[in-house]
Design a protein around this ligand. Structure first.
Ligand code: CS2
Ligand code: MN
Length: 366
């Protein structure tokens, strides 16, 4: 039997149009997953800003116990001597967040880019718009992708795609040139080992988000791609403060990943603290090796994943943590941050809640 807390990702009043009062009206949502979008990567999150954020959320009758994300400075990922300064800052951010009730920090360890999609406004037959990935539409030069994104985000900054940082793309690629997968792994372990005592003292659990997509693009190393990578992560720093944000969509973007088995195993091992639940639809699965997909509505029959099996894997293996729908489409004329509209994510929540209730009642025989 599992216990879950349903959450909704919220970027803050200044960074999006969806208000906390609307989020509060989504049935079953008890909290938001928050962040401070404007704090430059590597700087300490000031206590004042955290307390204001938490107060605002509490005043709206919602909890805030998960942050997504406190991003990791490039110097830490590259392993430059200056990383120690940024690690000290990260530890201070952990202390500051813990003071205001934060329990889980979601982060990723992908060089340069956060998620990569070829299309932010892929139009489905019903007129809704979604995110999609088609390999032949990914340009050889990542700068072209940046230019495409800047026209298609509806004026929003995508999380992890900070324009100031990405303005120096050539420089970034250059400083990462000696970082292969092994080096990146060592740098992740260095970071985790350095912050674990603080996490333990302040009871904050780190939850890494898988790479999206879970394979290399633009020659950049990727180290959180599959079951073995997650196993390596858990074994290498074997404490309950080091765990996973299991993102079903990201993991399933490599069709050779068995997303259900991964969910079962790592839930059972007690290492999934946060679940991102979304469905994807493979495009041309008949072509061997093809990994193209679009982000489908959450409903199983609308995509390639079996959402009942996904929720059941969590429930049956004793998941105790936070859950949120992941990206949603733009429907009903909504204009918003790609992947993060209100309506489709609210529908996703209603559906996940329905699956959960059915599993719970079956198990309890009521
Ligand atoms: C998120 C990621 O929008 C998304 O796909 O799941 O951007 C996620 O927030 C980061 O990778 C975590 O650091
Ligand atoms: Mn995700």
């Amino acid at each position: 039997m599992g216990i879950m807390q349903m959450t909704f990702r919220w970027y803050g009043n200044e960074f999006e149009k969806i208000s906390l009062s609307k989020i509060k009206q989504i049935p079953g949502v008890t909290g938001v997953v928050g962040c401070l979008m404007d704090i430059p990567v590597g700087e300490v999150w000031p206590e004042k800003r955290i307390s204001a954020l938490v107060k605002q959320v509490h005043d709206a009758g919602l909890a805030i116990e998960v942050i997504e994300s406190v991003n990791i400075h490039d110097d830490i990922k590259i392993g430059l001597p200056s990383r120690d300064r940024y690690i000290e800052n990260y530890k201070q951010t952990i202390r500051n967040l813990a003071k205001y009730g934060i329990k889980v920090i979601c982060y990723n360890f992908m060089p340069i880019f956060d998620w990569i999609k070829s299309d932010l406004n892929y139009v489905l037959p019903d007129g809704s718009k979604t995110l999609a990935f088609e390999k032949n539409k990914i340009p050889d030069d990542p700068k072209e992708l940046l230019a495409r994104y800047s026209k298609h985000t509806g004026g929003f900054t995508l999380p992890g795609w900070e324009p100031n940082r990405l303005a120096h793309l050539e420089y970034l690629f250059n400083i990462y040139k000696d970082v292969d997968e092994n080096k990146l792994r060592q740098n992740l372990l260095y970071f985790l080992n350095a912050i674990m005592p603080t996490c333990e003292e302040y009871n904050i659990r780190m939850a890494i988000h898988p790479d999206d997509p879970p394979y290399s693009l633009f020659g950049l190393p990727r180290i959180i791609k599959n079951r073995n990578d997650l196993d390596w992560l858990c074994r290498s720093v074997d404490t309950p403060y080091n765990g996973i944000t299991l993102c079903t969509g990201s993991i399933a973007e490599d069709p050779t990943n068995d997303v259900y088995a991964i969910l079962e195993e790592f839930t059972h091992r007690g290492r999934i603290y946060f679940a991102h639940v979304r469905n994807i639809c493979y495009l041309h699965p008949e072509i061997p090796g093809n990994k193209d997909f679009y982000e489908a509505p959450h409903l199983s029959s609308d995509g390639s994943l079996d959402m009942y099996r996904i929720v059941k894997a969590l429930y049956d293996n004793g998941f105790k943590g936070y859950i949120r729908p992941d990206h949603g489409r733009m429907i009903w004329g909504e204009v918003g941050r790609p992947g993060y509209g209100l309506y489709d994510r609210a529908l996703g929540i209603a559906y996940i809640n329905g699956l959960w209730e059915a599993l719970d009642k079956c198990e309890k025989g009521v």
